[in-house]
Write a protein that binds this ligand. Structure first.
Ligand code: FMN
Length: 215
């Protein structure tokens, strides 16, 4: 039997109580409901030194970076929720991308990224919801061969946005995040020929919380 679409979902935050990790859980639920196999990882479980070419030459790729890269290689789709730090990507996420972009002997170039399909989200206590950081994340991923979906979801005022059980208080916004996960599965399924259902909703819900890419 054909294997389902494989989606790797994670946040660009190390913080234990991360709002972006909560978004990942919601979107992962939407992706599973659309028929994907979804693995959720926590960057905190892959502590990596700051990328340094001298360290790489002398010691090779750290085991944690190798394991993170292997996770990327094993999945076709990426569901990412990225905090915005000083209008940009977090150091933790950029560092993980830098390590995973390095080729092991015999690797095709950018094997962890080229041909992958990604959907982006962000949550922030601020009024823009991390939208500016997603511009940077989208640019980086596009430049290393990832096809990033045009649709993305941002959650502003994240400190007020979630219920204690992890759901978003705004049901339309919650549906938007689930829909993004399902939409990713649908696109990956169409591009890979693997099974994956249509998006959970036929029209995009979410109103003001649903924003296209800022260009
Ligand atoms: C160093 C630093 C810089 C930040 N810069 C921004 C920013 O530019 N825009 C923003 O909306 N929030 C900014 N924040 C606030 C984060 O959005 C907030 O800490 C958020 O909770 C991080 O996401 P997380 O909950 O998933 O860890 C910054 C936080 C830190 C620690």
């Amino acid at each position: 039997m054909t294997q389902p679409v494989r989606i790797l979902a994670f946040a660009g935050s190390l913080r234990r109580d991360s709002y972006n990790k909560r978004l990942v859980a919601i979107a992962a639920h939407g992706a599973r409901a659309a028929g994907a196999h979804v693995d959720v990882l926590d960057l905190r479980d892959f502590p990596m030194p700051i990328f340094d070419e001298d360290l790489e030459r002398d010691s090779g790729m750290p085991e944690t970076a190798r394991a993170f890269k292997a996770q990327l290689v094993a999945h076709e789709g990426l569901l990412l929720a990225c905090p915005e730090y000083n209008s940009s990507i977090t150091a933790a996420l950029k560092n993980a991308i830098d390590w995973a972009s390095r080729a092991a002997p015999g690797d095709p170039p950018l094997v962890a990224f080229r041909g992958k399909i990604a959907a982006l989200m962000s949550a922030s206590p601020g009024g823009f919801g991390g939208l500016r950081g997603l511009v940077t994340v989208r640019s980086i991923l596009g430049n290393i061969g990832v096809l990033v979906l045009p649709d993305q979801v941002v959650v502003a005022k994240a400190h007020e946005a979630f219920e204690a059980d992890g759901r978003l208080k705004d049901s339309r916004q919650h549906a938007s995040v689930e829909h993004l996960g399902a939409e990713l599965v649908s696109v990956v399924a169409r591009l890979t020929g693997k099974p994956g259902g249509p998006p959970a909703a036929t029209s995009a819900p979410g109103g003001a919380s649903r924003k296209g890419p800022a260009r």
